[in-house]
Design a binder for this molecule. Structure first.
Ligand code: NAI
Length: 358
């Protein structure tokens, strides 16, 4: 029996808690803001210690999606969802079906994509019960976003070298990548052809050896990663990696990686600024993926060539942020937030064509 409760959370448009003990579903959906378009964000499945931790996560992540989409001007709002459970043991067709019914009740105000703990196959399973799903492995859909995310991070790195070295190239720059998964491995390939010198780190030994072999990359251990002397450090694995323990170790000039929520606290943004380390705000530099998903909703259908052009603008957005940061004497993360809030306030980038769900 599916029970849906609406929680009143200040600053959020709609937050739902949905439970169906018969299929072991306990989930939250947060729609943070839809002023620029319907909320889009991933479905995360994770074994949270307690439901409050899941709620905290979904609130934080959905707000970040609002800011990411606002700055990317993709005509979408911010939302996210979580299912409490072990994705390897607790995921069943019945559980996904029950969750899809909750999504369906929101009538397209929240669109689901894959996230940590869910797969493209799960998205297909949800799609059988609700149309409000995107980034599917089907002909009309946008598919795996990681190549666009990697391309956006690469473009962001070019903005970094332009700012720091007045250069147009990453040739001979030392770049350290943490995490060689879907995004990190593609980023390594782009950087290799650009002529960069790579240092790589991953807990997956096989993947680490393979990337090192393909691109002549130096291997660094997990413990030594943050202390690695390099021009650019690229966190492409986990969130919260820039914190009071790792920042004092940093031996780089800039941070530019795909991981979501890299800063552990807001104070870390200020600390990087004080240390003169140029930080590319995560939700700005990793927007290639959301731009790709948004491309599905273009009139005329998904066209990767159009998305490619949009992702190029990550370079310009970062250049603006760097310039404002210098001018105002404020950290880049603070500047990115203020630019996103300005766009939200003035409806800049608001969706013009309503999405037709099939
Ligand atoms: P993935 O799951 O394919 O790859 C993550 C990689 O990090 C794996 O190879 C894993 O072994 C490695 N890893 C995990 N813990 C590690 C540690 N302690 N040290 C070193 N390596 C470690 O994930 P994906 O898709 O490549 O995403 C990477 C990051 O970028 C995630 O934070 C994700 O949220 C974020 N992101 C991804 C997007 C996409 O298009 N896939 C879009 C926007 C953000």
């Amino acid at each position: 029996m599916l029970k849906i409760k609406e929680l009143q959370i200040p600053g959020y448009e709609k937050v739902l808690e949905a439970e169906d003990p018969s299929v072991h579903l306990h989930s939250f959906i947060a729609v943070h803001n839809t002023s620029l378009g319907p909320a889009l964000g991933g479905l995360r499945m994770h074994t949270y210690a307690h439901p409050e931790a899941a709620l905290e996560d979904v609130l934080r992540l959905s707000k970040a999606m609002t800011y990411k989409s606002a700055l990317a001007e993709d005509g979408l709002g911010g939302g996210k969802s979580v299912i409490i459970g072990n994705p390897h043991k607790d995921k069943t067709g019945e559980l996904l079906k029950a969750f899809a019914h909750v999504v369906d009740r929101l009538k397209g105000n929240y669109i689901v994509a894959e996230d940590v703990g869910t797969t493209m196959e799960d998205m297909l399973a949800l799609k059988a019960h609700t149309p409000y799903i995107c980034a599917l492995p089907t002909e009309s859909s946008s598919g795996d976003p990681s190549r666009f995310t990697a391309w956006g991070v690469f473009r962001g790195m070019l903005a970094v070298v332009k700012k720091l070295f007045h250069s147009h190239s990453l040739k001979n720059r030392r770049i350290a990548i943490q995490g060689l998964g879907a995004v990190g491995s593609k980023l390594a390939q782009l950087l290799f052809w650009e002529g960069a010198d790579l240092i790589v780190c991953d807990i997956d030994e096989n993947q680490l050896k393979e990337v090192s072999r393909l691109y002549g990359a130096e291997i660094v251990s997990e413990e030594d990663f943050f202390n690695t002397p390099c021009d650019i450090l690229a966190p492409c694995a986990l969130g919260g990696v820039l914190n009071e323990h790792t920042i004092p170790l940093l031996n780089c000039k800039a941070i530019a990686g795909s991981a979501n929520n890299q800063l552990h606290t807001l104070e870390n943004d200020f600390e990087l600024f004080r240390r003169g380390i140029l930080y590319c705000p995560d939700y700005v530099i990793n927007a290639g993926g959301i731009l790709n998903a948004a491309g599905e909703f273009d009139e005329g259908g998904y066209d990767p060539k159009k998305v490619r052009v949009r992702v190029l603008h990550i370079y310009d957005t970062l250049r603006t942020i760097f310039q404002r940061s210098e001018q105002d004497g404020l950290p880049t993360g603070v500047i990115a937030d203020s630019l996103a809030e300005y766009k939200l306030l003035h409806g800049i980038g608001k969706r013009k064509n309503p999405i037709v769900f099939k």
